[in-house]
Design a protein around this ligand. Structure first.
Ligand SMILES: [Ca+2]
Ligand SMILES: [Ca+2]
Length: 412
């Protein structure tokens, strides 16, 4: 009995072991398969809405909703082969194949790299996480044409810089420039030609960075092939609705671009509404509230009076983040505001840009100076371009010294 019992136990142990070996074997095969898929995956297919990392949080928002810059930076890190062992350690992963936009978002979160609402708090953070990447500059294109913008990007890429461009509040990684064609990897769509997807009015913001490797020589035909494969594989559909409202004055234009991206693999209700960075003014007749919360709830902390201007360097959906002084960070719903189209610099003194220096300019200067004491932080009665023109004596300040110069010019 005892022997039979021992045999029975041995048999059970053996069958468990067999099952275990079989299971481990299958599992290893399976893990091997995942690794294969992961290693073969192309960063060209990385979209912020991807369910694998779309829900990763970014201080009050998610990669799906606000992770276009994080996804663009991730794509750049892969394209430039910048992930060394220090970067992997900082990212908390052991292999490059494990890297994705969600991993980078988590690394930013761990360093307090996002301000509330998912904005990147510091340009230098990317270099702290991935030491082979160095942030070089955040600037605006000087050009207002596709040809000019393409030339500016190409010049930077020829110098070895990687460029990430802000198109209507949405960041895309630039892969190459051929003639006037700007090729992108877009975290929100499969489109490769920038101007096929986005309307750039010029003066757009961009980031330029150096990485381990400069941008690779670009061959559009290779990219097109890759993208076609991707489209078939993920069955991604992109719907773009563009509405342009007729400007209320001759110098302003309101452009709203709404991009809805849906992936058939996993339907998601996340919607990305993108708007333009830059200055907005209150084109209505009522005050518009500025809030200290990302979702513009609660009582406003201050207001933008009709005609008041705010500078919005970033935002999510229709909510813009206002740039002010003293680290002021306010949020405003831009639905009721009009975008100030980027203008060519006005001649010194010609505040309203009508080509003359006259009493109307003096009137605007007076109104601006009188408003200074009452204006909340981040709100102005003049645009940056107008303020520059108002400094008629060129001392870098707009004050009574300029009024004197105007009085001499206008009253003579
Ligand atoms: Ca004028
Ligand atoms: Ca001055």
């Amino acid at each position: 009995m005892q022997t039979t019992g021992k045999k029975g136990i041995l048999k059970s142990v053996l069958s468990i072991l067999t099952a275990l070996i079989f299971f481990v074997g299958i599992n290893q095969l399976y893990i091997g398969k995942i690794n294969e898929i992961s290693a073969a995956e192309d960063y060209h297919t990385w979209r912020q809405m991807d369910p694998r990392w779309g829900n990763v949080s970014m201080n009050g928002t998610t990669v799906a909703k606000s992770g276009c810059l994080i996804t663009s930076l991730s794509i750049m890190a892969m394209a430039s082969d910048s992930l060394d062992s220090t970067a992997l350690a900082n990212l908390g992963i052991s292999r490059i194949d494990d890297f994705n936009p969600g991993i980078l978002a988590n690394a930013y979160t761990n360093r307090g790299g996002f301000s509330y609402g998912g904005s990147i708090a510091s340009w230098g953070t990317i270099g702290q996480i991935i030491p082979q990447i160095t942030f070089v500059k955040d600037a605006n294109f000087k050009s207002f044409t596709q040809e000019g913008i393409a030339a500016e990007i190409k010049a930077m890429m020829d110098q070895g810089l990687h460029v990430i461009v802000n198109v209507n509040w949405h960041w895309v990684y630039i892969e190459g420039v051929v003639g006037n064609d700007i090729y992108m990897i877009d975290p929100a769509s499969d489109t490769v030609l920038l101007y096929d997807e986005y309307k750039l009015s010029g003066g757009n913001e961009y980031w330029a960075l150096t990485c381990k490797n400069p941008p690779a020589p670009f061959n559009p035909s290779v990219t097109s092939t890759t993208t076609t494969t991707t489209e078939t594989a993920t069955t991604t559909t992109t719907e773009v609705i563009t509405t342009t409202t007729t400007p209320t004055t001759t110098t302003t234009e309101v452009t709203t671009t709404m991009t809805t991206t849906s992936t058939t693999a996993k339907p998601t209700d996340a919607t990305t509404t993108v708007m333009q960075t830059g200055e907005y003014f209150n084109s209505g007749t009522a005050e518009i509230g500025i809030y200290d919360s990302f979702d513009c709830t609660g009582d406003p902390v201050s207001y933008v009076v009709p005609g008041g201007v705010v500078n919005v360097p970033e935002g999510t959906g229709t909510i813009g983040h206002i740039a002010g002084t003293d680290n002021f960070a306010g949020w405003i719903d831009l639905s009721g505001m009009a975008f100030v189209k980027a203008e060519m610099p006005h001649e010194k003194g010609d505040i309203n840009g009508d080509g003359k220096i006259d009493m109307y300019d003096l009137g605007l200067l007076g109104e601006y100076l009188n408003s200074l004491a009452d204006m909340p932080d981040g709100v102005s009665m003049l645009t940056a371009c107008e303020i520059k023109a108002a400094d008629i004596n060129g001392d870098g300040r707009v004050n009574s010294g300029d009024v004197l110069v105007y009085l001499i010019l206008v009253c003579n």
